[in-house]
Design a protein around this ligand. Structure first.
Ligand code: GLU
Length: 276
């Protein structure tokens, strides 16, 4: 008698739990609906100084963080309504698709492959892939010079790692989870170079003065976009408007100077938001 009552009750609970988890974390989020409710979950990097960095006191700094906050504010959400979520390179599409973030502002290049899964607003910045080496190393002058047995570090799921595999298959590439662990490996002499976008590398070089330098010239064009759920067209248009306003008002320039100005990295002009 007792058992017969318990089994359906447990089954009902299980069904409810399954439904809840389906709604809570595997459907993409409703970006404008969340903004209207005063709360946004934003994905960014937590370990890229000058771009997306979680400081020891847990505050967030960097150019991506400034862009993300400007967009949130444009959508009616103050900084106090933002929850920051770490978005490592290889997890960005999944975080967006599964509804764990509303949007990602995290050195995220607009690519056709990624556009199959998510949508992008922007671009809000143009970077280029480059190399970071130890300051006393003059043997690396470009990607070709890595082919004679040098060890190169990059991050899984990133466009720079893909570019090396495709165009420089002879290079010994090690793929880590984050660029900060590549910086650590470079510092300890475990690898000879780190490759990713020039602005990211400049942020690390500025964090450890005198220890590293950028080598060679940028050899790709990376258009940074704001990643958001596929089909969120109205939100995408509004985010494009927000980026355009940020650029036109001078806030974009001010944010870039505030976050990257001291790095010595030559600050480029803003891109045209061409509304992908
Ligand atoms: N912009 C490149 C990418 O989206 C490299 C930077 C990164 O991994 O965040 O893959």
């Amino acid at each position: 008698m007792r058992l017969r009552k318990t089994i359906p009750a447990v089954a009902a609970l299980l069904a409810a739990a399954l439904t809840l988890s389906a709604c809570g974390s595997s459907e993409p989020r409703d970006v404008l609906g969340d903004a209207a409710n005063g709360h946004l979950i934003i994905g960014t990097k937590f370990d890229q100084p000058g771009l997306g960095l979680r400081e020891p006191d847990k505050t967030m700094t960097g150019f991506d963080v400034e862009v993300a906050k400007y967009i949130a504010n444009y959508l009616g959400v103050p900084e106090s309504g933002i929850t920051w979520r770490e978005a490592p390179s290889s997890q960005r599409e999944t975080l967006i698709k599964n509804g764990e973030v509303d949007y990602v502002v995290g050195t995220y290049s607009i690519t056709d492959n990624r556009k199959k899964v998510i949508d992008f607003a922007g671009p809000y910045y143009v970077a280029g892939q480059s190399l970071l080496v130890r300051a006393d190393d003059d043997s690396i002058t470009g990607a070709e010079s890595l082919e004679g047995g040098k060890k190169l570090c990059s991050v899984a799921g990133s466009t720079p790692a893909q570019k090396i595999k495709k165009s420089y298959p002879g290079v010994q590439l090690q793929q880590f989870d984050s660029y900060s662990s590549c910086v650590e490996a470079l510092h300890r002499g475990k690898v000879d170079a780190l490759t990713t976008d020039d602005i990211i590398l400049a942020g690390y070089a500025a964090q450890y003065p005198g220890e590293f330098k950028l080598a060679g010239k940028p050899f790709t064009t990376e258009l940074y976009g704001v990643g958001l759920p596929k089909g969120e067209t109205e939100a995408r248009m509004k985010i494009n408007d927000a980026i355009t306003e940020m650029i036109d008002s001078g806030a974009w320039q001010a944010a870039l100077e505030k976050t990257m100005g001291k790095s010595g990295y030559p600050l480029p002009p803003p891109p045209t938001v061409n509304r992908y």
